[in-house]
Design a protein around this ligand. Sequence first.
Ligand SMILES: Cc1cc2nc3c(=O)[nH]c(=O)nc-3n(C[C@H](O)[C@H](O)[C@H](O)COP(=O)(O)OP(=O)(O)OC[C@H]3O[C@@H](n4cnc5c(N)ncnc54)[C@H](O)[C@@H]3O)c2cc1C
Length: 346
Amino acid sequence: MKVLQERSLAPFHTFGIEVAAEHIIVAESAQDLVMIWRDEKYRSLPKMVVGQGSNILFCEDYAGVIVLNRILGVEITETSDAYQLHVGAGEDWHQLVRSTVANNMPGLENLALIPGCVGSSPIQNIGAYGVELKDVCQYVDVIELESGEQSRISAADCQFGYRDSVFKHALKNTHAIVAVGLRLSKDWQPNTSYGPLAKLNAEDVTPQTIFDEVCRIRQSKLPDPNVSGNAGSFFKNPVVEPNLRDKLLAQHPGMPSYAMADGSYKLAAGWLIDQCNLKGYRQGGAKVHEQQALVLVNHHHATAQDVLALARHIVSTVKQHFGVSLEHEVRFMNAHQETTLAEVQS
Ligand SMILES: Cc1cc2nc3c(=O)[nH]c(=O)nc-3n(C[C@H](O)[C@H](O)[C@H](O)COP(=O)(O)OP(=O)(O)OC[C@H]3O[C@@H](n4cnc5c(N)ncnc54)[C@H](O)[C@@H]3O)c2cc1C
């Protein structure tokens, strides 16, 4: 474990907003986590495990301990039909994708270039280009932070949903993820179902080609957090009842919508924001990205207040135009705990 001298959180979250924490500590093992949680010095303070901070908006200074998860290690075992990977929660997600593809263990290529740690990937069941973590996840190893007890949660018990899992609900705050088990089938089938990949020929496409294409598309349309601070998609794609979708479709025949298994429809949040002419809209140093309306960027020394004001403006404009409520995908933190845009407003 390493206790850092600095207090600025700017280097530890991809929005790059100038906020501070009382303490920043690097945890390199599950044991480190237990020691931090048991340490009298930190006992009364709020504590939060952070990976690469690519899905967080710190709304103000954090009045507690930020624990950077850097638990490393990748163990690979092989069975007749699959590669089983046991991966430390602090490993970098994209490096894992890159190395598995390069070493002929395909299956993660559609999820290339998603920032963050492997241990964070099950929390919102990361997804892109027609694949979600749940498609390859076998289990998640967690530690109960107060007792230090470790346990294994099967994929079935992770309750994976759209950007959702048990780690955002019953196990939130009480448990930290220390490792993730992935199963990559040797019977690899390309997934080129998602729009921009459909031009690839599924008959002879290789995992490396899909990996390269996903990286190329993402680099062309998403801002690099190292250049323009951001946290990826700021809002979730809203799910609406068929009545509202039909009404909106009659008014906007070009509106994208996707039927869900339960009869409801998923709309494209980026499309809704774009239709409100908000691309490039600024609030202080925060801006709606010029190419990708779903991404809010730290354009020029943005404060958390700038980002919050921009998010509020988007939510109310979309509600006014379409009657649709946008929910943020990015996790908001106040000085002590997780919060929401609605709570920060009040
Ligand atoms: C440019 C860009 C593109 C993106 N594209 C996508 C995309 O295509 N698809 C997608 O799904 N997401 C995407 N994201 C969002 C983000 O990459 C994912 O949510 C990622 O999994 C977050 O990983 P992280 O390590 O940065 O998590 P953090 O932001 O550090 O943490 C996120 C939450 O998880 C908690 N947490 C972190 N680690 C642990 C742990 N070990 N145990 C318990 N709780 C923990 C934190 O407390 C926090 O609440 C994108 C983000 C960016 C910046």
